[in-house]
Design a protein around this ligand. Sequence first.
Ligand code: ZN
Length: 488
Amino acid sequence: MSKNLLQQKPLSLEAFKMRLYNTLTRKIEDFIPQDPKNVKIYTCGPTVYSFAHIGNYAAYIYWDLLIRVIKLHHWIPNRVMNLTDVGHLTSDGDDGDDKLEKGAKKENKTVWEIADFYSAAFLKDYSELNLLQPTKIARATDYIKQDIKFVEELSKKGFTYETTDGIYFDTSKFKNYADFARLDLENLKVGARVEYNPEKRHASDFAVWKFIQDGEDHAMRWDFLGRPGYPGWHLECSVISHTELGEPLDIHTGGIDHIPVHHTNEIAQTEAALNTTMSRFWLHCNFITSEGQKFSKSLGNAYTLSELKSKDFSPLDYKLWVLQGHYQSERNFTLADLKSAQIRRLKWKNQIAELLQSNHNELIACQGSSKLTDFLHSLLQKNDTPKTNLSRQILEYASDNLNSAEAFSYIDQHPLSLDDWALVEQLFGLGLFEQTLPSQEVINQIEARDQARQQKDFQTADRLRAQIEQAGFVVKDNPNQSIWQYYK
Ligand SMILES: [Zn+2]
């Protein structure tokens, strides 16, 4: 890092905008938050009934980039994500078993134990992927009182009707129901599911509350209208986002599979009950397959993060693989491609290692600290504004509908400074600065090896090289002085 760079004025962020593809309008639009100090974002979270495979995490990796871009524009995200621990049926609709109840029976545990166990597993993976924590993680079962109030409000306004098995939202009463997903309701009627519920007035109607029938084995239950029951799956997102953030949200995120049913239903409930716009922007990420097929336990391609780790990959190699593509594109994951992502990440870490070594003394002089780790920390903290044209270009790519792939090619093609790398780390969270630095002992071994080589004592040099490698570093011989690199 030269003195020139330090003295250079921070570049203005105003000159370039953040642009996002909005499913609501099917267009890329400029994104400007309603309140820069409170950018309201809601993310549909997981249903916590089994271990998530890596494909499940892609969405959260894309939305992590969204949050990081927002922060680098100096806006303050206020983000809520739900954990579904009740009411998500195996059909994603109103039929089938509750996923949590089914999981509990399979493992011979209570539904509450299942929810706790898999919530913890999800959050552990979440932090290993270095994903920024939402402002709040909300569990569906903590909002039952609000759910009931919401259903009462919908009923009062005439949007619901009761059947033997629940309270349903009458989609014909909400005139914009088909708009969001561009649904063809006539065809939907003809092609309705085999187990079409004859008490439903329209194929698209959905349960906002389900009654538990006599003899039905459903452990999670709450009293409403004098009978035991539980909320419909779609309801929780309307209720949690309303309770925690309020409408309109700035951005609502999810997968494209959410568009025709889950998000369509969220919009119908919220806008019917509250007579307001639910969200200004809707972002949806595309599907990921694994080794050319749908992720599936029986095919052996539904890798978990732990499996990748046992194959000697870091969760952050996977994060980099995800960010090599675009959230709107269909992706296919392969272990071979993950290997390339791992090599790319190692290359980047070693470019940083090389810069640290060539600038070491100057850096210490700048910082007045002898600890390199302190320096790295301060470098990350102060790099929340692009200071160079390279940094600016990288942030500009990421701000253009989250085009991390373009940003990555740009990074590969240009010589970045430490300040640029610090911005890259702020933007993508790839753990590029989290590596252990060589201990003083390893530094001494590297110097001793250089001396041994100069004296043509190759036996000692080889012995030292082996010791250095055992500590996790490789030595690259440069003409003047050798440098260390990471080999992993
Ligand atoms: Zn949702």
